[in-house]
Design a protein around this ligand. Sequence first.
Ligand code: CAA
Length: 379
Amino acid sequence: MEIELSEEQRLLRDTCRDFAERELKPHAKRWDREHQYPADAVKKAFELGLGGVAVPAEWGGAGMDNVAYALAIEEISRGCASVGVTLSVNNSLYCDPVLRYGTDRQKESWLKPFASGEKLGCFGLTEPQAGSDAAEQRTTAVRRGDKYVINGTKNWITNGPVADAIVLFTMTDLSKGTKGITTFVVDAKTPGFLLQKPDEKLGICASPSCTIFFENMEVPAANRLGAEGEGFKIAMSTLDGGRIGIAAQAIGIGMAAFEEAREYAKVRKTFDVPIAQHQAIQFMLADMITELEAARLLTLRAASLKDAGVRHSRESSMAKLYASEAANRVADKAVQIHGGMGYSKELDVERHFRDARITEIYEGTSEIQRLVISNALLK
Ligand code: CAA
C-alpha cells in the first residue's frame, strides 16, 4: 500500500512544522516545568484550523481528512507533546463522535464552536474501576421526564480542567452490561459538574487533566448522543480514531528526540572524534529513524482506512502499539546518546523521555492494543 500525500496534506504538515518550531518548541520546556497550560498557543493552533482538521467546513472544521490530521498532530507534538494531546482529544475524542452520532441540531451547538476552535472539548470514559475494562461503567444516568440525572466519577480527563464540554459515558441500565451504556454531551457549566484539582503527572505536564464528580447533574434528554445503550459502540469506535492521534503524537515525540540526538552526536566528541563517528551511535540513530518511519506508515495506513470509511480497529491498534513503543525506545536511546546531558533538565531530551511514556498507557494500554489486534486475528 502506498500513501502519496496530496498538495493540501503537505501544506498542512509544513505549516504545522513551522508553527511548532516557532511557537511551541522554544517554550515547551518552561510550560512543562511550570505545569502551565499554554492557552495562547492552543488558540493560535486553532486559528490554523487544528480544532477539527477532519470535520467538514459546514460544521466549523478545516474540511480535510484523517491523513492530514495525523500529519498535523505529529508535527505539533514534535514541538510540544502536551499541545499535541490537547488538540488530539478535541479532534478525535470530542468532535468525531459528535460528528458521527449527533443530529444536525446537536452539531450546530456542540460541534461547530469546537471544530472551529472557539471552544474546547474533552472525553469522559475512564472511571476509577473502568480503565482498561471500559465496560465497567458506574456513572449512572436516570431518566426523569425530559432530563437525565447523572451521578458518578470520571478520572484522568485530559483537557478536563479547561474544557467547555464533555462527551460523557454513563450507565442507563446496569443490568445490560455494554448494552446499557449511553452517551451525552454536557456543558461544563452545568450545576453538579464538579472539577477536582489537576492531576500531578510524570510527563505531558502542560496538558491539564483531572477527576470530575457529577452530583445530581441534570442534563436535557436532547443532549443524548445516539440511542440509549449505544454508548459502548460510540466509545470504542471513537477510540479507533483517537488511537491514530496518539500514534501520531508518539511519532512526533520520537522525531524530536531523534533529531536532538542526531545533532548532539555531530558536535559531542569522545576519543578525539564526534560521537557520530562511532558505529555504536550510528547504529542507534539508524534504528531510531527506521522505527519512526515504520510507525508513520502504520499510522497513515490506519488514517487512510478511516478516511475510506472502513472499520480500522486492528490497524489503529497496530499503529498505536508500535508507535508508542517505538517512541519510548527512541527516547531512551536519545537519552543514552546524550549521556549525562540526557539526564539533565537543561536539555529537552529528558522531557521527551517522560512525555513518551504516557503514549503506551492512555487511549488503551499496549496490552489492550494487543487484545484488539489478536481478537481481530482470531475471529
Ligand atoms: N467499534 C464498534 N463496536 C465495537 C468496537 C469498535 N471498535 N469494539 C467493540 N465493539 C462492540 C463489539 O462488537 C461488541 O458488540 P456486540 O455485543 O453487539 O457484539 C461490544 O462492543 C462489546 O465488545 P467486546 O466484547 O470486545 O468488549 P470488552 O468489554 O471485551 O472490551 C476492550 C473491549 C477492547 C478491552 C475495551 O474495553 C477497551 O478498548 N479498553 C480500553 C479503554 C480505553 O482505551 N480507554 C481510554 C480512555 S480515553 C483516554 O485515555 C483519553 C486521554 O486521556 C487522552
